[in-house]
Ligand binder design. Structure first.
Ligand SMILES: Cc1cc2nc3c(=O)[nH]c(=O)nc-3n(C[C@H](O)[C@H](O)[C@H](O)COP(=O)(O)O)c2cc1C
Length: 349
């Protein structure tokens, strides 16, 4: 049984997990999240398996920064990889096992052209043989390098969409089910839709029904958990969507931009407060201190490989909802270096 099924059984409620988001869910942002309250599972941002194995030493150093995590606080954590080549996926999974990850997720939904050119991401839906190959690579690496082999807790998971140009659940999902992965996360849009239309969670329900029917006909095989993804606003919404569409959990992405403390509201569910009367609201001080923390960690851990400009998209996340928020935001937006921003913010708390 994978660790995800164990958590699901233990918590006996839908699971709420952090989506992979490139240049967003890095170790710095995850630290603010984990200091408030952890999701049930963390995902890293996506990383090229080919790059992890084939790049120059400096290229590998840079890519491995995307796999940094706090080993105590940010657990369990799944590394998301993309590749269309068995060899690199196998080797990169071995690396993730050595780095202590709890699982590897294969990206089969990213619409980015540079990823698709490598026959990875959403292009996997057009190349089912390659999809089967890379799933096998991750499973083979688990068998060969995890203690306990095939029956190890290490999760092998897939994140995908409902189809490429149109909804293709009837062909795509049975193919994935037959690979006996531990979890399939369904972003409830096609590749063509990108993020331009509302996610249609009825597709998540369809996948859950397909999984249940498959499990009945394949009692000797391992059926995956199903998570839904797309447009979840907060934990209340995640809970309601999971209950309505019958999935095992919900993955939350962009809503984190509005509220890094979002997972704290899992406590409402655990206390039986289904009206979310005790929803968490951060104070001004908490907002400023959290941004200070994120900037400090970004600068310390990632500053040598990532542009500080990436931090700026978070300024509004924190500097909002209190009297001098706009004034602070405008001031730090004009600053180009971490020390400048930190000095200014420290003078405000
Ligand atoms: C800035 C950004 C970066 C993303 N990076 C990734 C990624 O690395 N891997 C992935 O599978 N999906 C990625 N996604 C997609 C999200 O994980 C998620 O599927 C999508 O945003 C829909 O969920 P949401 O409505 O909760 O945001 C990214 C989305 C955004 C907005």
């Amino acid at each position: 049984m994978s660790f995800i099924s164990k958590i699901k059984k233990e918590k006996n409620r839908p699971l709420f997990v952090l989506a992979p988001m490139a240049d967003v869910t890095d170790v710095a942002f995850r630290t603010v999240i984990s200091d408030a309250m952890s999701p049930d599972i963390y995902w890293t941002e996506f990383v090229s398996a080919d790059g992890l194995i084939r790049a120059t030493a400096s290229g590998k150093y840079k890519l491995q920064k995307d796999l940094l995590y706090d080993r105590e606080k940010q657990r369990p954590i799944i590394a998301q990889l993309f590749s269309s080549t068995y060899k690199y996926m196998y080797e990169a999974t071995k690396l993730c096992i050595e780095l202590g990850f709890d699982g590897v997720d294969i990206n089969m939904g990213c619409p980015d052209r540079s990823i698709e050119k490598q026959k990875s991401g959403a292009a996997m839906m057009k190349n089912p043989d390659l999809a089967i190959d890379v799933i096998k690579a991750v499973k083979d690496a688990r068998r060969d390098f995890c203690e306990g082999g095939d029956s190890a807790d290490f999760a092998v998971t897939v994140k995908t969409r409902v189809g490429y140009n149109s909804v293709e659940l009837d062909t795509w999902i049975p193919l994935l089910l037959d690979q006996e992965v531990d979890l399939i996360t369904i972003h409830a849009r096609t590749r063509k839709e990108m993020s331009k239309v509302d996610a249609d969670w009825s597709h998540v329900k369809t996948v859950v029904n397909m999984r249940d029917a498959w499990a009945l006909n394949n009692e000797d095989k391992k059926a995956p958990l199903i998570f839904g993804n797309g447009d979840v606003k907060d934990i209340k919404d995640a809970y309601e969507k999971s209950m309505t569409y019958g999935c095992d959990g919900a993955m939350i992405g962009r809503a984190m931009f509005g509220n890094p403390w979002l997972f704290k509201d899992i406590e409402c569910i655990e206390k039986g407060d289904f009206d979310f009367k005790d929803k968490f609201t951060p104070s001004r001080e908490e907002r400023i201190k959290s941004l200070i923390k994120q900037v400090e960690i970004f600068d310390r851990e990632l500053g040598d490989v990532k542009s500080f400009a990436l931090m700026k998209k978070f300024f509004k996340t924190y500097m909002t909802g209190f009297d001098d928020a706009k004034e602070i935001r405008e001031a730090i937006m004009s600053m180009g270096r971490a020390e400048e921003v930190l000095g200014f913010l420290r003078g405000r708390v």
